[in-house]
Design a protein around this ligand. Structure first.
Ligand code: RI2
Length: 321
């Protein structure tokens, strides 16, 4: 029996009460920990039970790779041999805690590293709501830099309002614009800064739908386009040719009630090719998109490597977490 609280976390991720790739990953780690602690059976059934919990969590949202990476990291501990259930549960609690702590630390490091590219007097455009981006802006502001931010509304879920409110609450000047006013904002900007749901092995960015348009406009007007992403948002699955699934959400998020005879599509994410990305700010430094493959093979290594990428399991890869 999967504990109620775990099912509630899964439902909160699905319905986007818990959202943002980083938060989703931490909530997943928390859910696996709660599940382990609530396990009532014997050692034999433990791995099977944890696999079942993983499946429930993995089924919530398909795009942000932070979710399967968190599951992968924790499930590696589950699959090791243990003497009794208590030992196995303790191991899960340990790795889940490690993951959450790493994730929070990564955000702090990204804020510190990323704040260096925010110039005093700059105008910055962001899209959607990324805690990695907000942490960079908050840090730069607290260091005394003065700048203003254009935040897109980000239809249909309006996460741009979260960004705008958060920045305003810190005293950071913020201008809210419709998504269609992207060109208006980018033309006036010195920097575009967005988050990431996944980064593929060739350095493409999967992020909130509309990101690729911001990137195209940035390229047209010569405005640097930066991405802020923790290393666990890099997708090891893409290394073996898997395509990142773009979540298609309920059309009623776009049009409610639906109108007879009108088909509504609601893709939640899109892909920005690496050529449009100047650099990716990670907790291990600012890298070019071409380095994504190294982050996956050498840095994430066996930490978040899925079963399908077995060959790397025994490599001497740096144990990042
Ligand atoms: P952080 C969000 O997805 C946005 O696309 C955002 O750019 C990305 O996650 C990363 O967010 P959604 O959950 O981890 O709103 O930087 O669909 O907070």
């Amino acid at each position: 029996m999967i504990p109620e609280e775990v099912l509630r976390i899964a439902e909160d991720i699905r319905s986007m009460r818990i959202r943002g790739a980083g938060r989703i990953a931490r909530a997943t780690a928390e859910a696996l920990m709660i599940a382990a602690e609530g396990y009532k059976g014997d050692l034999e059934g433990f791995a099977r039970y944890m696999e079942e919990v993983s499946r429930v969590l993995l089924s919530t949202r398909p795009t942000a790779v932070s979710l399967p990476n968190a599951v992968s990291y924790i499930m590696k501990a589950v699959r090791k041999g243990y003497g009794d259930v208590r030992e196995a549960v303790e191991a899960v609690v340990k790795v889940a805690t490690e993951f959450k702590e790493y994730s929070e630390k990564a955000l702090e490091l990204i804020a510190e590293i990323g704040s260096r590219i925010v110039d005093d007097g700059a105008t910055i455009v962001t899209h959607c709501n990324s805690s990695a981006v907000v942490s960079i802006l908050a840090r730069a502001w607290s260091e005394g830099k003065r700048f203003r931010v254009y935040a897109t509304e980000t239809r249909p879920r309006y996460q741009g309002y979260i960004t705008a409110r958060d920045l305003a609450s810190r005293g950071i000047p913020v201008v809210l614009i419709t998504d269609s006013a992207m060109t208006y904002a980018v033309r006036r900007a010195d920097l575009v800064l967005v988050g990431a749901d996944a980064i593929t092995s060739n350095g493409a960015l999967i992020n909130k739908v509309g990101t690729s348009q911001v990137a195209l406009v940035s390229r047209t007007y010569g405005v640097p386009f930066y991405v802020a992403a923790e290393t666990y948002k890099f997708s090891p699955y893409t290394l073996v040719g898997e395509i990142v699934e773009i979540e298609e959400r309920d059309p009623r998020e776009v049009l409610d009630p639906l109108i007879d005879g009108i088909e509504v599509r609601n893709p939640a994410f899109d892909a920005t090719p690496p050529e449009y990305i100047d650099a990716i700010i990670t907790e291990i430094g600012i890298i070019s998109p071409e380095m994504a493959i190294l982050v996956i093979t050498d840095f994430l290594g066996h930490v978040a490597m899925p079963e399908t990428v077995r060959g790397y399991e025994d490599s001497e890869a740096t144990n990042a977490l």
